[in-house]
Design a protein around this ligand. Sequence first.
Ligand code: ADP
Ligand code: MG
Length: 717
Amino acid sequence: MATLRDDLKSLIGARSANPLAEKLGITTVGQLLRHYPRRYSDRGALTEIAGLEQGEHVTVMAQVVNANVRSMRNRRGSILEVTITDGSKQLRCAFFNRAKWHAERLRPGKTGLFAGKVSEYRRTLQLAHPEYELLDEMGASAVDEFVSEIIPVYPATEGMQSWVIARCVRQVLDLVEIEDDPMPPELLAAHGLASLDSALRMIHRPPDFDSLDVARRRLKWDEAMAIQLIFAERRKSAVSRPAPACPPVAGGLLDAFDARLPFTLTDGQREVGEDIAADIAQPHPMNRLLQGEVGSGKTVVALRAMLQVIDAGKQAAMLAPTEVLAAQHARSLRELLGDLGCAGELGAAEHATRVALLTGSMTAKQRKQALLDAASGAAGIIVGTHALIQDTVSFADLGLAVVDEQHRFGVEQRDALRSRGAEDTSPHVLVMTATPIPRTVAMTVYGDLEISALRELPAGRSPITTSVVPAAEKPAWLERAWQRIAEEVGKGHQAYVVCPRIGDEPPANNGEGRPAISVLDMAAELAHGPLSELRVGVLHGRLPADEKDALMRGFAAGKVDVLVATTVIEVGVNVPNATVMVIMDAERFGLSQLHQLRGRVGRGDVPGLCLLVTDALDGTVARERLAAVESTLDGFELSRKDLELRREGDILGAAQSGKRSGLKLLSLLRDEDMIADAREAALGIVADDPALGNHLGLAHLVTDLVDPDRAEFLEKS
Ligand code: ADP
Ligand code: MG
């Protein structure tokens, strides 16, 4: 009896199997049977010649209307021109080789499948030397298939046509029966799922559209389970490690800090704070993701957790994605702590601790001191970029690692952090992000983390108004934007101008219109034009770290009026006096990124204004995306919208065309409930059988559908 892991060659012979391996990388029964049809057509609808687009690789079913051989004027030889129709529209096919031979076969009235790449010839679409298969030349079962209602159309490639794949699938389905269903029977029963054998039969040869739904539901479950099993395993292995228990200590630093906090915590900050406090009191590592809108006050939540850890005699590390942000964090933590953070200095409070900053580009002397403070335990808090988790940094006793703006950190870095605890312990990990993530994406991308969210902003926060500036249609509006900046600066405020690229790189000539507006060009243009009266600064990622830091400090101190920058300011930069942001070529940024960016203004008591400048025209998807940013300040709603407007494949990896992806059917938008169910099921299974030793089928499912590369890709996207 054949199984999914059997080699195709021994089953259907090398002649059929070799092309599948070469063209599609398919070598096993399972890989072929999980190469699902891309769509289905009933006979009449298969072709849709009317809907063809240039550049597509298509398979159409059509009838030959006429076929003419003529000799070519400027080349020797002859060409065969064939007109085919699907009843609605005609399409020209051209054959440059063996014209006479093809003409013999392609007689008017013949019906068949034609496949090839759609090109343009004299302003009409055509198929140049398509491959084809005529109905009356096909085998008996193939004709059956055609006479049946629903025809599977497979994702084909050059040299491997849909009908060839269909033939192989038919052959295999006739030969095998899949008896070992990887999914436990209880699960099939509980969720009313079809067996794998019947689901695979139905998806390739659906008797009707209802059974297609049944098949898809089961096969999606396989995909959802494969992903969630990986995360369940990661979670299980992460929490089963020992961690330093840090129960709260009465009368310690945290209490002293709370007593002098200049504001009351929001309900969200308090609730999340309690969850975290309970987690880090445990002798197993916390792995928690804290999502919270820009400005929702994540830093205080993190700091309070760090203080609880310091009270327990351990250290806390805070990782930021950029040096600018690390330096800013160190500054604001020191500010928040006041004399609680100046241990070793004159006037330090009792139990005071120290905040050390460690970045890649400090002077040797500064670096040495910071390393010493980390290793001796003199610093309770060590702030830095990912340089912190390099092996050269040793901690006296690391209890908690806070990772700010997680979307810049990969899973390896998280793992590296976990190995930095003392004596085989793993520190607790708190990951923070201001990029709101829809529930399914969170379950899929951060499936191994517990998730908390801060949904409200602290009271008294000023609203941000967002407007699209269609520069191509209304150039005067752009002039007005610069005036607005001048007015705000006149009132003593500051502004950001954000551009998609730096401008010192060689211009990318990718044939996609003009290159994006650059920071360097923009700054020069503004400084000599509309903003010539103002102090204009330039900030981007390729400046030396000390220069960046000096600039940010200068901007924070009000010594620069307008900061022209790349997205280095996207995360975490906090200058409450900045009230306007103009984003150039706004359509080139992601929705969540735009949301992040605008969160840099309106942080003080003056309302913020964000202007999205674009050349995109009304009615385009680009404008629709910008309109979405304009219409809502709710980051969660935006992230969902982003998911709708972006191809989901970008997240699930199907976009990596050419590389075989096991995740073909699952949709993060539509299958939210299923993913949640699969998550629960996976957690249950892994709790009893962590290595899946009693669920070999499921273990295979994981490796077959989500290879190790893939799992990592999911984490990073
Ligand atoms: P984010 O979540 O974007 O990292 P921050 O932690 O930087 O936000 O907080 C933004 C600002 O709000 C900071 O200046 C912080 O001191 C202030 N803040 C935080 N919590 C509160 C609160 N409960 N009430 C008033 N202001 C707060
Ligand atoms: Mg922050």
